[in-house]
Design a protein around this ligand. Structure first.
Ligand SMILES: O=c1nc[nH]c2c1ncn2[C@H]1C[C@H](O)[C@@H](COP(=O)(O)OP(=O)(O)OP(=O)(O)O)O1
Ligand SMILES: [Mg+2]
Length: 198
C-alpha cells in the first residue's frame, strides 16, 4: 500500500486522514510516527494556504520526499473572520481546544442565531522535491451553536453546526463528518493526484 506523509502533529487530523485516504488505498504516516522528535514548524503565513505550504515544504525538504500538510480552522463572520489562521492558538500558545472554543462562545454571547454563521476551512498543500508546491482548499459552511454539544471529533467540533444538519459536528460520527467536512472537500479536489498515488 502506498504511504503518504502528512506533516501534522494533530491526532484528530491524523485519524480523519487515515479514514479518508483509506478509500484511495493510501496509508498515512504523520509526524507523530517519526522516531525522532520533530520540531514545531512556525506558522508565519497569513492564509491557510500559506501555512499549509510552509508545513509541507519544511518536512519535504528535510526528508527529501513528497509530503502533504493541512492548515485549517474556523472562520466566524460575526468576529470578522476570527479565529481564522489563529484557530489553534486562539486562547494562547498552549493550543487548548477547550479554551479556544470557550473564547469563541464568550465573544459570541448575545449574538442571535441568524448572525452566528461560520465555516470550517481546510487547505492541503502537496510538496514534492523538484516540483512546484500546489494547494487545494475545501470548506464546510455552518453556524456556531448556542452551547457546546457532543463528544466526537476534535477542536471546535462541539460548537460548529454544519448547515446540512441540526446537530454539532461533535454529534456526528466520524463517517458522517468525513462525508461533509472541509477536509473531505479539500481531498476531493486532490482526487486526480491521489488516484495516481496508489
Ligand atoms: O475538523 C475540524 N474540527 C474542529 N476543529 C478543527 C477542524 N479542523 C481544524 N480545526 C481547528 C483545530 C485547531 O484549533 C485549528 C487547526 O490549526 P492547525 O495549525 O491547522 O493544526 P494544528 O496546529 O492543530 O496541527 P498541525 O499544524 O500540526 O497540523 O483548527
Ligand atoms: Mg498548527
Amino acid at each position: 500500500m502506498k504511504e503518504l506523509i502528512v506533516a501534522t502533529k494533530n491526532e484528530g487530523k491524523v485519524r480523519e486522514f487515515r479514514q479518508l485516504f483509506s478509500e484511495y488505498g493510501i496509508a498515512v504516516k504523520s509526524l507523530l510516527d517519526f522516531d525522532e522528535p520533530i520540531e514545531d514548524i512556525e506558522e508565519t503565513g497569513t492564509t491557510f494556504a500559506e501555512n499549509a505550504t510552509i508545513k509541507a515544504e519544511a518536512i519535504s525538504e528535510a526528508y527529501n520526499t513528497p509530503v502533504i500538510a493541512d492548515d485549517s480552522g474556523l472562520v466566524v463572520d460575526a468576529l470578522g473572520g476570527e479565529p481564522g489562521v489563529y484557530s489553534a492558538r486562539y486562547a494562547g500558545e498552549e493550543k487548548n481546544d477547550q479554551k479556544n472554543l470557550e473564547k469563541v462562545m464568550k465573544k459570541l454571547e448575545g449574538v442571535p442565531v441568524n448572525e452566528r454563521t461560520a465555516r470550517f476551512v481546510c487547505a492541503i498543500a502537496v510538496a514534492r522535491p523538484g516540483f512546484e508546491t500546489f494547494v487545494k482548499e475545501g470548506c464546510c459552511e455552518g453556524s456556531i451553536a448556542v452551547e457546546p454539544q457532543g463528544q466526537h471529533g476534535f477542536g471546535y467540533d462541539p460548537i460548529f453546526i454544519p448547515e446540512s444538519s441540526e446537530r454539532t459536528m461533535a454529534e456526528h460520527t466520524s463517517e458522517e463528518k468525513n462525508s461533509i467536512s472541509h477536509r473531505h472537500h479539500a481531498i476531493l479536489q486532490l482526487e486526480e493526484w491521489l488516484k495516481n498515488q496508489s
